[in-house]
Design a protein around this ligand. Structure first.
Ligand code: FE
Ligand code: FE
Ligand code: ZN
Length: 277
């Protein structure tokens, strides 16, 4: 089963997001847990949750992938920003229990001059503060492009964070194809090698979701500019290899391409055709 969808721009609740995704041909999706620049989350309506669960089950949805606001920086230098990161994450994880058993993805953070080591420690510290034994959500560290002072542009940095977290069973990784390509992992010419490296450093069982994006820039460019599928330097063929890869079956593929619903519908249709070939 191919689970594919896009990061939805709909913000009218879970059922509305599911309906939009069904219209786009998807059976999973990503969404921001709140305004991407932070702020308060909307109250959750139990009727909306019920309608969502019905739609998801009728249409055989896979796990969905919530995305933390991208202003959340667990390794910020300023303490007030870390308080925001801690409180936002804890609140998001509590709310995620309304849709149990799904994924919550976040950008590990930017160390803003404190150094990668300090960044890794601070990220792990926040994860140790917010993860609980009773949560049903798996928290995913996203692989980053290495733009600015981002932590998590190498598999080793992701591994180093996981090593410092107590509740490792609550953690996983979301691999962003644009980010790893920009980070210097050649998924075009050596996808098998990149996955072997991921397995050696992090363990493939920790790979829970894929952000499927093309990249405007070249291998190792550390830019993080997403392109539409087949319109960037990764190209359609390599991205089809990703969704068809035997080691990656059953996990959600999320498009974060610069599109509207019409564009995502075209991409999902094309990728489903290529997957079935
Ligand atoms: Fe992201
Ligand atoms: Fe991403
Ligand atoms: Zn990105």
């Amino acid at each position: 089963m191919l689970y594919i969808g896009n990061h939805t721009t709909s913000s009218k609740g879970y059922a509305a997001m599911a309906r939009q995704m069904i219209a786009n041909g998807g059976n999973t999706f990503a969404f921001f847990t709140r305004n991407p620049r932070g702020g308060k989350a909307k109250a959750i309506d139990p009727k909306d949750i019920e309608a969502y669960h019905q739609l998801a089950s009728d249409h055989h949805f896979g796990k969905i992938v919530a995305h933390a606001p991208y202003t959340l920086n667990a390794c910020a230098a300023k303490e007030n920003l870390r308080v925001f990161a801690r409180e936002t994450m804890a609140d998001d994880l509590a709310r995620m229990e309304m849709i149990p058993g799904n994924y919550y993805n976040f950008h590990p953070g930017s160390h803003v001059g404190q150094g990668t080591e300090m960044g890794i420690q601070k990220i792990a510290e926040i994860l140790n503060d917010v993860l609980t034994d009773t949560q049903s959500t798996t928290v995913l560290l996203e692989t980053m492009s290495g733009k600015g002072s981002e932590v998590g542009a190498t598999f080793e940095e992701i591994r180093a964070v996981i090593d410092l977290v107590d509740r490792k069973e609550k953690l996983g990784v979301c691999l962003d194809t644009c980010h790893v390509w920009d980070g210097g992992y050649d998924i075009v010419n050596d996808m098998d090698g990149v996955l072997a490296e991921f397995d050696r450093v992090i363990g493939l069982s920790n790979l829970k979701a894929i952000h499927l994006n093309d990249s405007l820039n070249g291998l190792g460019s550390h830019k993080d500019r997403h392109a539409k599928i087949g319109e960037g330097q990764i190209g359609l063929e390599a991205l089809v290899n990703v969704i068809r890869h035997p080691m990656l079956q059953g996990i959600p593929f999320i498009l974060e391409t610069p599109n509207d619903d019409e564009g995502w519908t075209r991409e999902i249709t094309l990728l489903r055709e290529k997957y079935a070939e």
